[in-house]
Design a protein around this ligand. Structure first.
Ligand code: IPE
Ligand code: IPE
Ligand code: MG
Length: 266
């Protein structure tokens, strides 16, 4: 897919990816599943570069779900080892991109050495102001919501918030990374059509791109095809096409963001 077809002025601001299919990719080649995880790292590298080249501000990668803790012990420990290795060997390139590493999920469950690698990557890149690279590790969407509710209840008990006045914005403040905008585009590789407990709250209005490719074979051309697919969508947020077009006309005239101003209304 030609690079030049992507319109630079309307790339998604935040892309989230469910990187699925490593195991099947490997097994179909007569390899062990972990070989697929290793090959998947090359895709991660390439997709981060593509995001940087296209000016995508935020990339969130689902690397390990809370349910993945139930996989065979050998696979879990290899995934943790690869994660540590990735964070150590790739950090120089991440620095060159000016990217800031962040993590969402129950990192308290990670083995100490993995947690230290995560903390080092976060600390080393904390001053970077280029793209944000968010790893969902030991992440579950339901857990995130329950964790938010627990902290919210605590604040209510202490009189810091008034539950009667709670709205969506107020609730979002308790999520793992409340400052991040919702993903504009969710990509899932690996030929499955489900969200597998990923960003349940934040995906409310994300555009979905489901790829038949296994993650190790999802590279720049496939990613650029997903961006082009996104650019052909009309995001209506519950409105009609006519309203969206009116908003676009108005914003062209006035230089304001008509759609987001409408989204604020209810
Ligand atoms: C995704 O690939 C990576 C993780 C979940 C960590 P899988 O390991 O789920 O690969 P498949 O889906 O079994 O092929
Ligand atoms: C989702 O993949 C989690 C990650 C990609 C990290 P899974 O392979 O765990 O999802 P299911 O089990 O097919 O739903
Ligand atoms: Mg899978």
């Amino acid at each position: 897919m030609a690079h030049s077809e992507i319109q630079p002025d309307c790339v998604p601001r935040h892309v989230a990816i469910i990187m699925d299919g490593n195991g099947r990719w490997a097994v179909s080649r007569g390899l062990e599943r972990n070989a697929g995880h290793r090959e998947g790292i090359e895709s991660v590298r390439e997709i981060i570069r593509a995001c940087r080249d296209h000016g995508i501000e935020i990339l969130t990668l689902y690397a390990f779900s809370i349910e993945n803790w139930n996989r065979p012990r050998g696979e879990v420990s290899e995934l943790m080892r690869l994660l540590e290795e990735y964070l150590e060997t790739e950090i120089d390139e991440v620095m060159e991109h000016g990217a800031r590493v962040r993590v969402i999920g129950r990192v308290d469950r990670l083995p100490p050495s993995t947690r230290r690698a995560v903390e080092r990557a976060i600390a080393r890149t904390s001053e970077n102001t280029g793209m944000q690279l968010v790893f969902a590790l030991s992440y579950g969407g339901r857990t995130e919501i329950v964790d938010a509710v627990r902290r919210l209840c605590r604040d209510a008990e202490q009189g810091k918030i008034d539950p009667e006045g709670l709205d969506e914005k107020g609730f979002e403040a308790y999520l793992y990374a409340p400052d991040l905008p919702d993903p504009d585009l969710l990509i899932r590789t690996g030929a499955e059509q489900r969200v597998s407990n990923f960003l349940l709250w934040q995906l409310a209005y994300s555009e979905l791109h489901l790829s038949e490719r296994m993650w190790p074979e999802f590279r720049r051309p496939e990613f650029e095809a997903a961006i082009l697919d996104y650019q052909r969508r009309e995001r209506r947020f519950g409105l009609t096409s006519e309203q969206i077009r009116e908003d676009e006309d108005a914003s062209e005239g006035a230089g304001t963001d008509g759609i987001s101003s409408r989204r604020g209304q209810s």
